[in-house]
Design a protein around this ligand. Structure first.
Ligand code: KE4
Length: 459
């Protein structure tokens, strides 16, 4: 179990028992790798329940939660409206293998919120959304190559589990065993926020690029914001090369604003991927775009994609209940205030201990980067910085220079104090509408103690 646990005896005893059993039954004892706490050198905590902004684990430890299931729960755990909608629907059945009115209702809300999406297809995960969007782009353009960002995460489909190849703008190489080199070689990996790299990659593929796929605000290397005009120029370069622009807004959709990052930055993609919030905590993904593009998808067109539980009424009910709690103004105004309060408080608490950090944020998603060893070369972005912070993280290479040991120390010290953070430097923290200013202030206070712990580790 965790080092902390061995020190404090049985505080996480039941989690340890569950983990021992889980290790016998599931690879790494988990259903998704990040939950293993491996990146922070600890053993995982097993959660019994969530309520609003709070979690309770199987040992009755309570936490203020900033994981929030990695984004879906913008209104908090077990929201009454979601519980009522799911309870009502489950009594009528969860899935029919037939069309249901709820998928039409949810499609209406989403395509109204996202003006670039005239039509939408529901799937069951963000991975499926990205996988289907890439197949669609290739089918529509008749082209092969896909350009993605280093550190960009679009789910676990083979073509996206690719690292940059030897030549910066040539064929990718598999980043996981089991991905065939010939699949990886059609994926070109370039740094985020680097327009010359995009130009070179497009030129190197001589008209064979089907699409560029990008998280418009990166969230899977930690939160990394696009430089001014980056997205606009990226779109123009993409279209000049005859390629489609795919925005993966699985994390940012309905998160950074009611109409996602594309509205925030005023740049409309050809295809958008969504997930997380649109399912309200149940498994829902989606991809969408113009009718001209989407009508290539079966059965309207020849590009095949299907799913037994796609659009199932139970998940649609959870998604509808959640999106009906949102509008273009709220809870985004409240979340901006809470996000700014937390980011500023973290930066100030770190500065008080002389710990170099950068807090990058967009609304209610943020990352506290421990920049003690990050390059001074990284350019300035729109982020909260603490005194002594050497840089603003602008791409994956910068993020990889961060001090993951300090993050692990900080994570452990916060967990001990009842604050649940994502167990990796390279993830985003999420604030929900259920978090209160008191929760934020308590988190900042506990972060102060955790930064002392980090400072003492350097003495
Ligand atoms: P899922 O297949 O996990 O529903 O979505 C994949 C995905 C696609 N695109 C973006 C931008 C994403 O952030 C994700 C999933 N995000 C991770 C969090 N870093 C999910 C957490 C996990 O893998 O357990």
């Amino acid at each position: 179990m965790t080092k902390t646990t061995s020190k404090s005896g049985g505080r996480w005893a039941k989690s340890a028992e569950f983990y021992a059993r889980a290790l016998e039954l599931m690879p790494g004892g988990v259903s998704s790798p990040v939950r293993s706490f491996k990146s922070v050198g600890l053993s995982p905590v097993f959660i019994k329940s969530g309520q609003g902004a709070y979690l309770t684990d199987v040992d009755a430890n309570h936490y203020i939660d900033y994981v929030m299931s990695y984004g879906p729960l913008i209104c908090g755990h077990a929201h009454p409206a979601v519980r009522a909608a799911v309870s009502k629907q489950i009594g009528r059945g969860s899935t029919f293998g037939c069309c249901s009115p709820l998928e039409v209702e949810l499609a209406q809300i989403i395509t109204t919120a996202f003006g670039s999406m005239e039509m939408i297809r529901f799937v069951n995960s963000g991975t499926e959304a990205a996988m289907s969007a890439i197949r669609l782009a290739r089918g529509v353009t008749g082209r092969k190559a896909i350009i993605k960002m280093a550190g960009g995460y679009h789910g676990h489909m083979d073509a996206m589990l690719v690292s940059a190849g030897s030549g910066a703008t040539t064929h990718g190489v598999p980043s996981s065993p089991g991905v065939l080199p010939r699949v990886a070689e059609s994926t070109i990996v370039v740094p985020f926020n680097d327009l010359p790299a995009i130009e070179a990659a497009l030129a190197s593929q001589a008209g064979d690029v089907a699409a560029i796929i990008v998280e418009p605000i990166m969230g899977n290397i930690g939160v990394v914001l696009p430089r001014q005009d980056y997205l606009r120029t990226l779109r123009d370069l993409c279209h000049a090369a005859g390629a489609l622009l795919i925005f993966d807004e699985v994390m940012t959709g309905f998160r950074v604003g009611y109409s996602g990052a594309q509205s925030l930055y005023g740049v409309m993609p050809d295809i958008t991927c969504l997930g997380k919030i649109i399912g309200g905590g149940l498994p829902v993904g989606a991809y969408g775009g113009s009718a001209a593009i989407m009508n290539h998808v079966s059965p309207a067109g020849p590009i095949y994609q299907a799913g037994t539980l796609s659009g199932n009424p139970l998940a649609m009910a959870a998604g509808l209940a959640t999106l009906r709690l949102l509008d273009p103004q709220e809870p985004y105004g409240q979340l901006e205030l809470l996000g700014r309060r937390l980011a500023d408080g973290l930066a100030a608490a770190a500065a008080a201990q002389g710990i170099p950090v950068t807090v990058a944020r967009s609304g209610s998603m943020l990352t506290l980067f421990f920049t003690g060893s990050a390059p001074a070369s990284a350019t300035v972005g729109a982020a909260h910085t603490s005194a002594g912070a050497k840089s603003i993280i602008s791409n994956y290479a910068d993020a990889l220079m961060c001090d993951t040991r300090d993050y692990a120390r900080f994570f452990s010290a916060m967990l001990e104090q009842g604050i649940m953070l994502p167990p990796s430097q390279f993830e985003a923290w999420f604030i929900s509408a259920a978090h209160t200013p008191d929760d934020i202030d308590m988190t900042i206070e506990k972060a102060g103690a955790a930064f002392v712990h980090c400072r003492e580790a350097h003495l």
